[in-house]
Write a protein that binds this ligand. Structure first.
Ligand code: TXA
Ligand code: MG
Length: 340
């Protein structure tokens, strides 16, 4: 791919610089690619109504064309324009959780080019809560299709420097708004099935969704096979979100796994819940005990240790409970298969 100059702009989320946002908005309108922070992870945005611009996202990420994108909008009225049917459930969920980390899958309207939805007849939409994402949407004046701003199959970015690592020279602009707070990608819920189905766990839990719209289907999504066509949520292939360094998710605190690896002479980092005795070949990170705190640190730790030349990342087993569903899901995927 021909290298282009990627412009980096630091933007204060509390007080976004109007000039930077105007510039980013016109890059989007002119068919360019802008990476920007959301409350979950950084997204790689393009004008969702411009098929050529959206094609550039797939190229920059090396993303397979069957994997559809989430369309970001600034308000509920704009969301309605993108879908063929706006259901009562959609209205309730939108009122309750938007702006926020919930993505709704609904039948698509003709306004959405096929490339956005991987050729499918549904579209995923959400209103991001981050002030820079909001400001960019308003400045661009068009819906913004945005997957996470990483190369396909790699870890999602929670800092601008993670975006630089994967996409420098492949995109037009990066808005650096510091660390994203959520840390894992939005909850994806399909409203085209009855009852609605959770396609990807996120920080909004099934129980919270059920409180608003009643029973939903959970499960199956983490076991979707690569061969299954059409894919229910194609981004949920088992090998996904993986660091380069092999990651072992322990069945208990991981002490025995760590010991065995050290005996083999390997360099190990251990994401644990309690401090541990370290040695030359062992680094220990004491992770937050609450699911939200853990989620917001997880990808940053994986990015960090990936670039430090350790041989293995060992992760202590997580507590049980729905709140841990998103983190458990991402760690299971990160621990699948060979390093790549
Ligand atoms: O938090 C997030 O959702 C971030 C920020 C940038 O908004 N975006 C994100 O996008 O994680 P991406 O492309 O990395 O993940 C989108 C997920 C994928 O698993 C994709 O397959 C699924 O949503 N998806 C998108 N459109 C869909 C559709 N029409 N039907 C089913 N699944 C869909
Ligand atoms: Mg992604």
């Amino acid at each position: 791919m021909t290298q282009i100059r990627t412009e980096m702009r630091i933007v204060d989320p509390q007080n976004p610089d109007p000039t930077a946002l105007q510039q980013a908005g016109s890059v989007i309108r002119e068919g360019g690619l802008v990476a920007f922070p959301t409350e979950t992870v950084y997204g790689l945005g393009a004008n969702a109504l411009n098929a050529d611009a959206v094609a550039r996202i797939f190229k920059a990420k090396g993303r397979p064309s069957f994997n559809p994108l989430i369309v970001h909008v600034p308000d509920i009225d704009s969301a309605r324009e993108l879908v063929a049917v706006w259901t009562e459930e959609a209205e309730k969920l939108a009122q309750h959780f938007w702006a926020g980390p919930l993505t709704l899958v609904l039948p698509k309207s003709h306004a959405i080019p096929d490339i956005v939805t991987g050729g499918g007849n549904t579209v995923a939409v959400r209103i991001p809560a981050h002030p820079i994402a909001q400001a960019l949407l308003r400045s661009a004046g068009v819906p913004i299709a945005a997957p996470s701003a990483n190369r396909s199959n790699q870890l999602s970015p929670t800092l601008a420097k993670h975006v630089v690592k994967g996409l420098n020279g492949r995109i037009d602009m990066i808005l650096d708004g510091g660390a994203t707070s959520g840390g894992v990608e939005s909850t994806v819920l399909s409203l085209v099935e009855s009852p609605p189905r959770l396609l990807r766990p996120g920080l909004i839990t099934p129980a919270e969704i059920s409180e608003v719209i009643g029973v939903i289907q959970v499960g199956a999504s983490s076991h979707i096979e690569t061969e299954r066509v059409p894919l229910l949520s194609p981004g949920m292939l088992t090998r996904h979100y993986a660091p380069q360094t092999p990651l072992l998710l322990a069945a208990n605190d991981g002490a025995e796994t760590v010991k065995a690896l050290l005996e083999q002479g390997l360099k190990v980092v251990w994401l644990a819940f309690q401090s541990q005795t370290t040695c030359t070949d062992l680094q220990v990170v004491v992770m937050p005990q609450d699911a939200e705190g853990y989620a917001s640190r997880l990808f940053a730790e994986l990015h960090r240790w990936d670039s430090m030349g350790v041989d293995r990342i060992v992760v202590s087993a997580l507590p049980q409970g729905e709140k841990w569903l998103a983190v458990a899901d991402r760690l299971q995927r990160a621990s699948q298969g060979e390093a790549h």
